[in-house]
Ligand binder design. Structure first.
Ligand SMILES: [Cu+2]
Length: 316
């Protein structure tokens, strides 16, 4: 094959991999997970791909072989009386049965290993067992993220600070539409729905800065609805907590209602709160269920993103 055809073929083969890269961070981030949950998710991804290749590779090769051998002028013998081959039956039924069996086994095992509510990989993780888990309550709005640390009595909006090597137990709900919690390289996605509570447990091994965002389109503020995740050492985390307790603004339900007004956070503005209403999370769920956390209809903002109304609902 001439060189330029080889190059073209290579380009076409690798093009789909571009979806695995993130220009602002590192190349092929999906293969560079951090923490037991992300690592095991990638492991099960590999297991599934390898098991499926057991069928895909021979089936593709045999198809090409048959086309080549039985073409006009090929070496195959014409046999119109051919009806049955035990060998073909054994392979055509046996291999898929074995592969589906193995896939079922790994699907069952993997579903328990990385289950969002209670991942099996954390039950045997020494770091997860050594420290008391950190509780974080997450509330999404149109279009901001609120992270409440109930035990520390502080909250942080549009930024998440996590201690390294400590299990995180999250409760999540939405004060607006369905959003989706997902941090690249750390933890897989989980839906965050209005009037409902979901849970997510995870742990991160190494300090670093990561990118969290919603993977569920939610209107005009969606593009700015991402946040930085800082994974820091224990002392630095405590330092941040102390500072937040001393300097933040109080977060009552009334203050939250203001916060929950549609806001396009184009400048990725962060807010620190302290004295957080201990029932805030539960109250938001109840109010959303009874339709009492009402505000302006956010989709109307989409109609003219240059309008004064849109600018009123934007931090920029
Ligand atoms: Cu979907």
């Amino acid at each position: 094959m001439p060189m330029h055809w080889m190059r073209l073929a290579g380009l076409v083969l690798f093009a789909p991999l571009a979806g695995c890269a993130n220009a602002r961070q590192d190349w092929l981030w999906i293969f560079n997970p951090n923490g037991p949950l992300a690592t095991w998710s990638v492991y099960y991804l590999f297991v599934d791909v390898v098991l499926l290749l057991i069928i895909i590779v021979p089936a593709t090769a045999l198809t090409l072989w048959v086309i080549f051998r039985y073409r006009r002028g090929g070496h195959g013998t014409y046999d119109p009386s051919f009806r049955h081959s035990n060998l073909i039956e054994v392979f055509a039924w046996g291999v898929p049965l074995l592969v589906v069996g193995a896939l079922s086994y790994y699907a069952y095992e993997g579903a328990h290993a990385v289950a969002p509510y209670d991942p099996g990989v954390l039950q045997t993780n020494p770091a997860a067992q050594a420290n008391k888990p950190l509780q974080i309550d997450v509330i999404t709005t149109d279009w901001q993220w609120l992270f409440i640390y109930p035990e520390q009595d502080v909250a942080l909006a549009n930024k998440l600070i996590l201690p390294v090597g400590r299990q995180i137990n999250m409760r999540l709900t939405s004060a607006s539409v369905t959003n989706d919690f997902y941090i690249l390289k750390l933890v897989g996605q989980i839906y965050v729905m209005p009037g409902m509570r979901t849970k997510r447990k995870f742990l991160i091994d190494r300090p670093g800065t990561y990118r969290g965002f919603s993977t569920e389109f939610s209107g005009p503020g969606f593009s700015w609805m991402d946040y930085k995740v800082h994974v820091v050492k224990k002392a630095k985390f405590q330092g941040w907590v102390d500072k937040a307790q001393a300097t933040g603004q109080a977060l009552s339900y009334k203050r939250f209602q203001q916060f929950a007004e549609p806001m396009v956070n184009t400048a990725h503005k962060t807010y620190t709160f302290n004295h957080v209403d201990p029932d805030l999370f539960e109250t938001v769920i109840k109010r959303v269920k009874s339709g009492k956390l009402t505000h302006e209809r956010p989709m109307e903002l989409t109609e003219d993103m240059g309008s004064a109304k849109f600018r009123k609902h934007s931090t920029q």
